[in-house]
Design a binder for this molecule. Structure first.
Ligand code: BGC
Length: 245
């Protein structure tokens, strides 16, 4: 079984064909730079280009950084506002001429990590956070992944927490690992107070640098970096393409 997994983000759209039985990439991933001002039509063009790169015909899963209900995109905090209300399966299906299934980007990462990565075999309560342009979040329990929007937890002055703790904020504000780690520690402590996860998995590109900031986080739960690092979104979107009911 194979499917094309595509991960849409604010700086790039990435994808690769995936063996959905093992989670392995079947070809080197392809990355196309984008900017966060692209309209849905422009982004669909990029997704079409990505599928064409792999001469793909078959199921496609697309991870998108927003709240997704079936295939409708309901929020677009870090991409063009015109995505709100779009039917992603139709938009990207037309561009690729393939059947497309939509999933929230963090949910895709969560599905991959819980199945084949850092959370494999863990059936307790796990919180997966992806740190990138925004903060993605899911809870997994007994193997079921539930997409959340904890990046928009009201934080200082009522702003979305992701404006304070996302990996992009560390870069934009030139924070040291310790300064950023301290912000993250506070945020995770608050989430722990509400959710009581037993395991916390940190994903997103920055998870490959976990040695630099995990020491500042000090959660109650066991803390692990994502095993797929930045490929979790691609792998999980591909799994979703063949598994969504
Ligand atoms: C979006 C989420 C997304 C996260 C990570 C947030 O701004 O609202 O849906 O999972 O960013 O990309």
């Amino acid at each position: 079984m194979k499917a094309l997994g595509i991960d849409i983000g604010g700086s790039a759209v990435k994808g690769a064909p995936v063996n959905t039985r093992t989670g392995e990439l079947l070809a080197e991933r392809h990355r196309i730079e984008v900017d966060d001002k692209m309209t849905p039509a422009q982004m669909a063009g990029v997704v079409g280009e990505l599928a064409a790169h792999f001469k793909w015909s078959g199921p496609i899963g697309v991870g998108f950084p927003g709240a997704i209900e079936d295939s409708t995109i309901w929020t677009s905090a870090n991409l063009h506002p015109k995505f709100v209300g779009c039917d992603g399966a139709k938009l990207f299906g037309k561009a690729t001429e393939c059947p497309v299934v939509m999933i929230n980007d963090a949910a895709a990462a969560g599905v991959a990590e819980m199945r084949f990565g850092a959370g494999r075999g863990f059936l307790g309560k796990a919180l997966v956070l992806t740190l990138g342009t925004g903060v993605g979040s899911i809870l997994a329990y007994q193997g079921v992944v539930v997409p959340l929007e904890l990046g928009h937890f009201p934080w200082k002055q009522g702003k979305s927490a992701e404006k304070y703790v996302a990996a992009a904020v560390r870069e934009a504000k030139n924070l040291s690992w310790e300064e950023w780690g301290e912000r993250l520690r506070e945020y995770i402590a608050e989430l722990e107070r509400l959710i009581w996860p037993e395991l916390i998995i940190i994903g997103g590109g920055v998870s490959s640098k976990h040695a630099k900031f995990f020491k500042f986080l000090k959660p109650r739960a066991k803390l692990l970096p994502a095993e797929f690092f930045n490929n979790a979104g691609i792998v999980g979107a591909a799994l979703w393409a063949v598994e969504k009911k």
